[in-house]
Design a protein around this ligand. Structure first.
Ligand code: SAM
Length: 255
């Protein structure tokens, strides 16, 4: 899996969903003007940008281990406190923030218990820690159709609906409680995106972004073409614009 790709490639593949998801995550987490917030695993900054609009640049911080993503986020929000760091070792002191958010990140952490534990550490007592992950098994139409198409051609394809952790409300609830957060609550968040045509969906899949992109870009040309054809059929061969929806599970808790 790779996030060592250009921010633009990410935005065309997944960022278009992240932008829609960000206001819903912010509302679910109860973020308000005047709060100091940190975006963990910020990527090129879809959520950071939305937080910036709400709380102001001096009150928003962000971290991600991917060098190109940190650069893209810093360029998007000049002057913001954007750092290259993993969730498991955050470079801020205890209790620095009112809230720590991680949008579509917990399932990618090496050690989610440590990563969410660090998010808890950097928020003050009474502060909120929130995150969300796609429902990879059902409800994230792009990835579901992609992995179903891949499995039809290759039974060993690493379907994220099987391999991803923290893709259900129950798993997230349990993780948040194990980290020692209180008043834990979960909810589904659903977003939509409209593609101008099939190529707008397919092209970014060939750029190596995330597990699906890494799988797709690693195929030899003939197998990649077969996958393209299979995916096209599974999406009902759209000839013009079409809309897909995506469901994430969100979780929040109080320190
Ligand atoms: C699916 S992207 C989500 C990016 C962004 N939050 C968004 O909503 O678009 C997953 C992000 O998690 C980051 N990531 C991977 N491992 C991480 C870790 N251990 N700690 C923090 N972030 C991590 C990746 O670099 C990538 O930017």
């Amino acid at each position: 899996m790779s996030f060592a790709v250009a921010g633009d490639a990410y935005d065309r593949f997944m960022g278009r969903y992240s932008r829609e998801l960000a206001p819903k995550v912010i509302e679910f987490a109860g973020i308000e003007s005047g709060m100091r917030v940190v975006d963990i695993g910020c990527g090129p900054g879809a959520l950071t940008d939305e937080l910036d609009s709400l709380v102001g640049r001096e009150s928003v911080s962000a971290a991600d281990p991917s060098e190109p993503f940190v650069a893209a986020c810093a360029e998007r929000l000049p002057g913001a406190d954007v750092r290259r760091a993993e969730a498991e070792a955050l470079p801020w002191e205890d209790g620095r923030f009112d809230a720590a958010l991680a949008q579509l990140v917990v399932n990618f952490m090496q050690d989610p218990l440590a990563g969410v534990g660090e998010m808890r550490r950097v928020v003050r007592s009474g502060g909120v820690v929130a995150g969300c992950t796609w429902d990879y098994s059902d409800g994230m139409q792009l990835l579901r159709a992609f992995w179903d198409a891949a499995a039809a051609l290759d039974p060993d394809a690493p379907d994220e609906g099987r391999t991803m952790r923290y893709r259900s409300a129950e798993e997230l609830d349990e993780l948040w409680r194990r980290v020692g957060l209180d008043e834990v609550a979960t909810a589904p968040l659903v977003v939509k995106t409209t593609y101008a045509g099939f190529d707008e969906l397919w092209q970014p899949l060939t750029l190596g972004v995330g597990p699906a992109g890494a799988y797709c870009s690693g195929l030899e040309p003939k197998r990649q073409e077969a996958l393209r054809d299979e995916l096209l059929v599974r999406l009902r061969s759209p000839e013009g614009p079409f809309t897909l929806s995506a469901k994430a599970w969100a979780v929040r808790g109080i320190r």
